[in-house]
Design a protein around this ligand. Structure first.
Ligand code: PLP
Length: 389
């Protein structure tokens, strides 16, 4: 065994995704005075750029030097008060983590149980809200792209369900792994708070995260919410108006963010979304040809960001990932909590093309043989057929 691995590592976990060289170069620029005259243009561009990615005119974009978990907490503490009921839907591990966070903050989450094999069921949400005749549920929280299971929830359907029962709950959406990879429309879908992060579709390293808040959410926050300081939207929004931040921003990450937004618009957001959908389809074709099951089994709800693959009974997914890493220098995502060691996840998001996908799928197919996992050949051929078609 040599100590050097030749060639580029394939980082095929569903985020952090590989950072393109253009973004790395942008980040490597010299840090400037964040209170100096040059900075305002950087700060303003970052906020305006993110508005174009969230697809909002009226929404307030907040950028935190924090991981996505911080932005989750920020969304809740700005808008809700201790004891408030919030309706959440179990789509997978990340919906559970957000629910646990809500509980720790003293909220009363009501969790609609799910089987991790599809997105949130808008009818079930409508049913729950209809029964809440006193309107004591203050928010509905869903995960747009569930990174643990590879399923997508229809935000538009959930909005329609809330409206159909005339319920005033705020709609909060975690699009940490959806934004800039799959279609997201803050204004059109009537989202009140969207939470996102840098390390997935935005192609940046981990380290910054976002809230986008509707006018209504900003008003709710102005009048209430929990005790907060670091996460407070008001002070941030007031400073952001002139391009500055109340505390030291992640200056170099903002350089990278501005580059990322430029790259996304150069490609065209619709083309970015179509590319992810196509790579999802090709990956699923490969997995089906191998004779393996895909965790998301609801047609039309499969993610273009990642595919979670179930291991045949009696085989360890983690052991298989080890074979893939050691033999082919490809990192795959692990199964989380309920599906630990039962599932591996193929990330196909961010700055990614057909040849990179074929490299990934070829490595997996070779590893299936090497690890003697029962499967059929021909997955890579079927994926190529999808890409060629
Ligand atoms: N929500 C989703 C859907 C995620 O995929 C992640 C991380 O992968 C998180 C929340 C948590 O974000 P972070 O790990 O950046 O705190």
């Amino acid at each position: 065994m040599t100590s050097r691995k030749a060639g580029r590592h394939f980082l095929q976990i569903p985020g952090p995704s590989a950072v393109p060289d253009r973004i790395l170069r942008a980040i490597s620029m010299q840090t400037i005075d964040h209170r100096g005259p040059e900075f305002a243009a950087v700060g303003r561009a970052a906020i305006e750029g993110m508005k174009s990615i969230f697809k909002t005119d009226e929404g307030q974009v907040i950028i935190y030097p924090a991981s996505g978990t911080g932005a989750w907490e920020a969304a809740l503490v700005n808008t809700l008060s201790e004891g408030d009921r919030v309706l959440m839907y179990e789509t997978g591990h990340f919906s559970m983590l957000w629910m646990k966070l809500a509980k720790r903050l003293g909220l009363q989450p009501e969790f609609i149980a799910g089987d991790w094999r599809g997105g949130a069921d808008a009818n079930a949400i409508a049913g729950h809200l209809r029964a809440d005749t006193h309107h004591s549920i203050k928010a509905v929280c869903i995960v747009h792209n569930e990174t643990s299971s590879g399923s997508v929830s229809s935000v538009a359907e959930v909005r329609a369900a809330i409206d159909a029962v005339s319920h005033p709950a705020l709609l909060m959406v975690d699009s940490i792994s959806g934004l800039a990879s799959i279609d997201f429309r803050f204004d059109e879908w009537g989202v009140d708070v969207c939470v996102s992060g840098s390390q997935k579709g935005l192609m940046l390293p981990p380290g910054i995260s976002f809230n986008c808040a509707s006018k209504r959410a900003m008003e709710v926050a102005r009048k209430g919410g929990m005790r907060r300081s670091y996460w407070d939207w008001q002070e941030m929004a007031a400073m952001n108006a002139s391009g500055y931040f109340p505390y030291t921003p992640a200056t170099n990450m903002l350089y990278g963010l501005n580059e990322a937004v430029a790259m996304l618009h150069e490609e065209g957001l619709d083309n970015v979304f179509a590319r992810h959908i196509r790579h999802g389809r090709a990956t699923r074709a490969a997995v089906r040809a191998w004779g393996l099951d895909i965790l998301c089994n609801r047609q039309g709800q499969e993610s273009g960001v990642l595919t979670a693959v179930m291991m045949p009974e009696g085989h360890s997914a983690d052991q298989f990932r080890k074979t893939v890493l050691e033999g082919f220098d490809i990192s795959l995502g692990n199964g989380l909590s309920k599906v630990a060691d039962r599932v591996f996840r193929i990330g196909h998001l961010g700055d990614f093309n057909d040849a990179m996908l074929m490299g990934t799928l070829s490595g997996i197919e070779m590893a299936l043989s090497k690890a003697q996992i029962p499967h059929s050949k021909g997955g890579t051929e079927d994926a190529m057929a999808v890409l060629a078609g």
